[in-house]
Design a protein around this ligand. Structure first.
Ligand SMILES: C[S@@+](CC[C@H](N)C(=O)[O-])C[C@H]1O[C@@H](n2cnc3c(N)ncnc32)[C@H](O)[C@@H]1O
Length: 432
């Protein structure tokens, strides 16, 4: 296949993925998992991902521009055309691809999608975007009204910044494996490979890359020298101080990023990595194998103690709870399309059950860390307040200002602050 043909195939696939996600309730991850293996060239795969993520993140601005530029609104049977136009705008706007190639491949894709009669319109709209740029628009518009209201109630002064940060691409964060070398050595290896990176001043294992690169380009990646993990997720390990041999439970472990980090940071742990989803738990095996650490893996519902607990308590428990994912919208932009208000009721009930179970299996003198990638107080500060009302003996231990805004007895980092994802942290000690 020629480069030109391959370029058209990528745009057609982007339109199909976006159409499925935007108009048929499909998940971006699932659609990409099917689409990406159909592309042989790693650059085409990277381009498909970049177009889809950018189009979804910035669709508020793109939809507003299309609405004001088009004389007739697109109809319900034109979902693939809208998707293709969003893909086209993403290429010219945030991705800043060379306009000629982006334009001609996208216009040709309209023909391949069975819309030769609308190719001229696609061309005209994209040329206008190239000439005038895409107006910024209001990034809050892509948030469902109920979620916008809740965020504004929880974070009245910061809500606008959260909406804006959630429409931006997230930087690539790496976690350097201290078992295999120092961060300084790894920085030098990156520099040798021509990859520009900055060490974090707050997080001791973390590096932030100036530009995204495929994982295969990272020195020693296959051998576990480094892992891709946002800074907020990396900071969870800083809430622990664990001795060799400590019995640790990671109650919601898949795909295993935080288990791997704890095992790299604190060698000799007896860590149990549990997840209710057996398929996702298999990813934990791969994660741990790559970085060369071991854990006991358990597929179980952490809240159902009769089903899995043998009565031996843990020195520490990490509960990285299932949540609304409102803090990682920039990494999972389809969260805003699929999340329903009822989900929050179910999630907060599940989080409360998981917290109670985690507290039961914790040894006196032990520490329970609760973390979510949510921005909602119901899942975070209020969830922990309710826990403290049920367990007044629990002693909250403030993680400190490096973890974000004080929020109840925990800390909340908001999306984009310090370049990191939105995250909540609380640490609770059980009296000895
Ligand atoms: C936020 S993710 C965990 C991410 C993981 N800690 C990491 O760093 O890679 C939440 C996980 O909780 C799991 N989960 C949901 N309900 C659960 C339950 N009742 N018991 C155990 N795991 C559960 C989900 O399958 C999901 O993998």
């Amino acid at each position: 296949m020629s480069t030109t043909q391959a370029g058209v195939v990528v745009r057609v696939m982007a339109a199909r993925v976006l159409d499925a996600v935007l108009h048929r309730g499909r998940s971006l991850k699932g659609e990409l998992a099917t689409a990406l293996p159909q592309l042989a060239d790693v650059r085409d795969r990277a381009l498909l991902e970049a177009i889809c993520f950018t189009a979804l993140r910035r669709r508020g601005a793109y939809n507003a521009a299309l609405e004001s530029w088009m004389t007739r609104p697109l109809g319900p049977r034109e979902g693939d055309l809208r998707a293709l136009l969003l893909a086209g705008l993403a290429q010219l706007d945030a991705l800043e691809l060379p306009p000629h190639a982006a334009l001609s491949a996208t216009v040709e894709a309209a023909r391949t999608l069975g819309r030769p009669h609308q190719a001229g319109m696609v061309n005209a709209l994209l040329r206008r975007a190239q000439r005038e740029g895409v107006p910024e628009g209001d990034p809050a518009q892509v948030w469902p009204a109920w979620l916008r209201t809740r965020l504004r109630a929880d974070w009245p002064e910061q809500a606008a910044a959260i909406f804006a940060a959630s429409a931006q691409a997230a930087p690539l964060w790496l976690r350097v494996n201290p078992q295999l070398g120092t961060r300084e050595i790894y920085l030098a290896e990156l520099a040798q490979a021509g990859i520009d990176a900055q060490p974090s001043e707050v997080l001791r294992d973390a590096l932030q890359l100036a530009e995204s690169v495929p994982m295969s380009a990272l020195p020693g990646f296959a051998e576990g020298a480094a892992s891709v993990q946002d800074g907020s997720a990396q900071q969870v390990a800083d809430l622990f101080d664990l001795k060799p041999g400590a019995r640790v439970l990671d109650a919601c472990a898949a795909p295993g990023g935080k288990s791997a980090h704890l095992l790299e940071r604190f060698p000799g742990l007896a860590l149990t990595a549990m997840d209710v989803d057996a398929r996702r738990l298999r990813q934990v095996t791969q994660t741990l194998e790559r970085v060369g650490v071991q854990a006991t893996l358990l597929a179980a519902d952490a809240s159902d103690l009769d089903a899995w607990w043998d009565g031996t308590p843990f020195d520490a428990v990490l509960l990285d709870a299932p949540c609304s994912a409102t803090g990682i919208v920039r990494r999972q932009p389809d969260v805003l399309l699929h999340r329903r208000e009822d989900d929050i009721v179910a999630l907060t009930a599940l989080q409360a059950r998981l917290l109670d179970a985690a507290w039961t299996v914790l040894k006196p003198g032990g520490v329970l860390v609760y973390a979510t990638c949510s921005l909602l107080a119901d899942e975070n500060a209020r969830q922990i307040d309710a826990f403290l009302a049920r367990h007044p003996e629990a002693q909250p231990d403030d993680p400190g200002a490096a973890f974000g805004h004080a929020s109840g007895v925990g800390r909340q980092r908001l999306t984009g602050e310090d370049g990191m994802d939105g995250f909540f942290y609380a640490r609770l000690r059980k009296p000895g």
